[in-house]
Design a protein around this ligand. Structure first.
Ligand code: MTE
Ligand code: MO
Length: 548
């Protein structure tokens, strides 16, 4: 009697794993080679855009908390890596599940129908992925048509392969002889081992080659154009200039973070697994809405038409945990938004600007703020170099006193409108004003760098304090239960940057708790209550324990 042995759902899981890994690896390799889309990231970015705000906020806070608790390196780059890992695992698991379901259903089909069923399974994932990718992708250098064909082809081959493997694993035992059954099961096992070996090889070669190619392209946290037209390497402003507070008598305690953050170390936060890489030649700023006449402007025109202005700026993310790393300082160069607005010839009912970015991020700024605060700028340089890809090349906006979420990078469009609306993160539940909370941080208790004053050995303690554009009037430190003592303040490099503080502590040996708090320039004491970042920014006094 003929006995048919058919693969099970579990075989479907196994084969799904074997075939999905090379599919993702090949998508990755081809992306690195010719700039097609990398579908797992597109799907992940899309989920982040359509998921409810509360869920996205919860997700971000969980990632930040895990990384901070486990101390896995740099918070922002670890968070990006976590997102990318989730993106790839999400795609992987989805495909494996579809494969398992397919193998569960295939026993109902005739052998000749199996390839078609596999193809359909491939399209069930391929078609939605193709549509999602067409809607959200901002990185591909290939046309939408090429990408659509490539995605469909990938998933169709994947589905056909599932079907082919299924048929190959379906064996009909023509005899009941145990010897022959043994031969077949050995054959099946050998086949699965060969399949596993072959797909593992494709995966490793694809992923490895892709990674190698990636390393040869410029990292996105560096400037897009690091050479000028003559081919000479451009230098950051800070390489050849002193900071404006040079010579200030308050020297930062050893271990205090740098007063100016090197651009490559500036924190990065945005909604993209891969940042938009914009070519200057293809970019124009579009201006429209309630203006007499819409117009466009190239970066070169923007730079030549307006006198450049500079400002040292401390930027912070509203998701920065207490004393976290998501805050940095650099020198911004650009044009006064006020001057630019004057040339927009606004209609009389215009009240706000809607700023939109290449990644579809958007925010609203009221025109009154722009006209009142000359520091509001459209920036195109950081530390004297064109903005890095990660940080918004070619154009971003700066609005003092507000968290980064109000300040779009990669700007493409500015529209005058007659009412305020919720911007990207506001729609997802973050604070509508996002005014920076006062914060102060202990960076260092410099036990190895004691100083001597009046024959007394002192331990320098230091860090930063910041309160948006309100300035810092006082920083106080408390050791254990002693009274608050006032720290020395170094002159800040601008009225919107952090202030470096220092206190030389007449120490006693033992283990101690240090607490810091600040008072802003308007006389308001930093909030003591511990509050997690969402929705209005973290608050609380920072303390650390240390044995001296
Ligand atoms: N287009 C765009 N602009 C954006 C964002 C974004 O996701 N897309 N993120 C904002 C947030 S939340 C912050 S904190 C700052 C961070 O700027 P940085 O990455 O250059 O430090 O960019 C802001 N501008
Ligand atoms: Mo942010």
């Amino acid at each position: 009697m003929d006995k048919i042995r058919k693969p099970t759902i579990w075989t479907g899981v196994l084969v799904g794993v074997c075939l999905t890994a090379p599919l993702i690896a090949v998508f990755y390799l081809v992306q690195q080679l010719v700039g097609t889309v990398f579908v797992p990231f597109d799907v992940f970015d899309w989920v982040g855009r359509v998921a409810p705000g509360g869920l996205v906020r919860f997700g971000i806070e969980t990632i930040v908390q895990i990384i901070t608790t486990l101390k896995i390196g740099n918070l922002d780059s670890a968070a990006k890596t976590a997102e990318q890992t989730m993106a790839i695992s999400g795609m992987f698991v989805t495909c494996v599940v579809v494969s398992a379901v397919l193998y569960g259903l295939l026993p109902r089909f005739k052998t000749s129908q199996v390839p078609l069923a596999g193809l359909v399974a491939g399209l069930i994932i391929g078609v939605p992925v193709m549509l999602i990718s067409a809607a959200v992708d901002i990185n591909s250098t290939q046309s939408e048509l090429v990408n659509a064909i490539w995605i469909l082809l990938g998933f169709m081959v994947w589905g056909l392969a599932l079907g082919w493997v299924y048929n190959r694993l379906t064996v009909s035992s023509v005899t009941t002889a145990s010897e022959s059954a043994m031969v077949e099961s050995i054959d099946r096992r050998n086949f699965l081992i060969r399949l596993g070996g072959a797909t593992a090889a494709i995966t490793l070669v694809g992923a490895g080659l892709g990674a190698a190619l990636r390393r040869t392209t410029a990292p996105s946290n560096e400037v897009a154009l690091n050479t000028d037209t003559s081919g000479a390497a451009l230098q950051p402003w800070s390489a050849t200039h002193k900071l404006p507070n040079d010579g200030d008598p308050v020297i930062p305690a050893a271990g205090t973070r740098p007063e100016l953050t090197p651009v490559g170390q500036h924190y990065r936060i945005d909604i993209n697994t891969i940042p938009p890489r914009i070519a200057e030649s293809e970019w124009k700023l579009s201006v429209g809405g309630l203006v007499d006449e819409p117009f466009e402007m190239t970066l070169a025109e923007l730079k030549s038409k307006y006198q450049p202005v500079d400002e040292f700026v401390t930027l912070a993310c509203i998701s920065n945990p207490l004393a976290g790393e998501l805050t940095s300082t650099t020198r911004w160069t650009g044009v006064k938004l006020k001057d630019f607005v004057a040339d927009m010839h606004l209609k009389s009912n215009a009240t706000h600007l809607k700023i939109t970015s290449a990644d579809n991020f958007d925010e609203f700024v009221d025109i009154e703020t722009i006209n009142k605060d000359e520091r509001v700028m459209l920036a195109y340089e950081w530390d004297g170099l064109p903005l890095a890809v990660d940080h918004g090349f070619p154009l971003r906006v700066y609005i003092p006193n507000h968290y980064g979420m109000k300040q779009p990078k990669w700007i493409t469009t500015i529209e005058a409108v007659d009412s305020w609306h919720e911007g990207w993160w506001v729609r997802r539940g973050w604070d509508k004003d996002a005014i920076m909370e006062a914060t102060s941080v202990i960076d260092t208790v410099a036990v190895n760098d004691t100083v001597t004053k009046d024959d007394k050995k002192l331990i320098p303690i230091g860090g930063i304090a910041h309160a948006g554009s309100r300035g810092i009037s006082k920083v106080e430190l408390k050791v254990d239960d002693a009274d608050w003592v006032e720290a020395e303040l170094r002159k800040p490099i601008s009225d919107v940057t952090w202030v470096i503080w220092r206190y030389d502590w007449p120490f006693s040996e033992g283990s101690h708790t240090f607490t810091v708090r600040c008072t802003d320039g308007e006389g308001t004491l930093q909030k003591e209550a511990n509050r997690t970042p969402g929705p209005g920014g973290a608050t609380g006094w920072h303390h650390i324990g240390q044995t001296v």
